[in-house]
Design a protein around this ligand. Structure first.
Ligand code: MRU
Length: 352
């Protein structure tokens, strides 16, 4: 199963809304189709959304170039498409980051290249973003395995949502760490939270781990405390959608609760994320925009209505874990222990 593939000027996206029942690809030839796929979570997970958006910018550029605009018109219309993509999901900063990368590339290219050449350069830019994302996952996996696997004893790990290959262009961030540990014989068991309301844990994480023969046990979200109490969880590892300058971390709704439980049970809590997930322009988690989704996602389960159809609902897709609950953030440049604003500033000054 490949999360996304760029083939013959079209973006093939594995439709994750259908997993695990059906493996079907959406063939996107227009940027608006990618935007809609991001909105409905056909492609999801912060890094994967970023890569998809980078290719969507190529589709937009090709479309606009067909009208033979001058360079100014081309740039204006490309920026419009960028804003359309950027607004598709507000929390994952990788989406904004990838659109900005492509816009900056386009602006630089237009100063010395034709519109047609700029389109080609944007395509190369998207391929580089995809390749780099896969490489970052490998590095995160190595740093994470070095950190968690110090004792060389097989570990029992709990994870929430899906921060795996289905959420990136590579082996995943949190699941990249787990895959790397497993390749060293250092995973005893993974507990996967089902992750209400859309069940990314049950549908996606379980599928990925079972396909790779990594031992996984599925639990409902409200079992995490008891599992920590009774099953000897050695560590929690999760992904991230946006990390503020002080280390406060937005991730799938429920992550904050898991962090609080981990603190109560003395379990180390790790976040695995590439540098593109950090948003150093915002001081702390209070400034992270939290996406609220359709209320029917909560009113039903797997398409079956689970409550009164007119009940009031609150459906935030993400929450923010305060930095002081985080043992370490595993990045492609190394592990940031006990993150806060001073530690993050020093880390990024040193690592670039
Ligand atoms: O709503 P989703 O499925 O896009 O949420 C995904 C998550 O919260 C992931 O943990 C996060 O994006 C990190 S993916 C490497």
């Amino acid at each position: 199963m490949k999360t996304l593939a760029w083939e013959h000027h079209a973006l093939q996206l594995l439709d994750q809304t259908r997993l695990p029942g059906e493996e079907r690809y959406l063939c996107c030839t227009r940027w608006q189709e990618v935007r809609d796929a991001i909105r409905i979570l056909a492609v999801r997970g912060a890094p994967a959304i970023g890569v998809a958006a980078a290719y969507a910018m190529v589709l937009a550029a090709r479309d606009i170039a067909a009208d033979e605009p001058d360079k100014t018109q081309f740039e204006i219309r490309l920026a419009e498409a960028g804003r359309g993509l950027d607004g598709a999901r507000p929390t994952a900063v990788n989406l904004h980051w990838a659109v900005q990368q492509q816009m900056n590339l386009a602006r630089r290219a237009l100063s010395s290249h034709t519109v047609a050449e700029t389109v080609e350069l944007l395509e190369q830019g998207a391929c580089t973003i995809e390749r780099d994302d896969a490489e970052m996952d490998r590095r995160i996996g190595r740093y994470g395995a070095g950190e968690l696997g110090k004792s060389r004893q097989p570990l029992t790990i709990l994870t929430h949502c899906n921060a795996g290959a289905l959420a990136t262009a590579g082996i995943g961030t949190a699941l990249g760490v787990i895959r790397t540990l497993h390749s060293q014989g250092l995973v005893r068991q993974v507990y996967a939270d089902e992750t209400r309301p859309l069940l990314q844990g049950a549908r996606l994480t379980v599928t990925e781990l079972m396909d790779d023969h990594i031992p996984v046990t599925l639990i409902t979200d409200n079992m995490a405390a008891w599992v920590m109490k009774t099953k000897g969880i050695d560590a929690v590892v999760v992904g991230a959608d946006r990390i503020a300058a002080n280390g406060d971390t937005a991730n799938k709704i429920g992550t904050y609760g898991v962090a609080v439980l981990a603190r109560a049970h003395n379990v180390p809590f790790y976040v695995a994320a590439p540098a593109s997930t950090f948003d150093l322009t915002i001081p702390d988690g209070a400034a992270i925009p939290i996406e609220e989704r359709n209320h029917d996602e909560v009113r039903s389960l797997g398409g079956i209505v689970a409550t009164r159809p007119d009940v009031d609902v609150f459906n935030p897709a993400f929450d923010v874990t305060p930095h002081d609950y985080i043992t370490g953030i595993i990045t492609e440049k190394g592990v940031i222990h006990h993150p806060d604003d001073a530690i993050l500033a020093t880390f990024f000054r040193k690592e670039g």
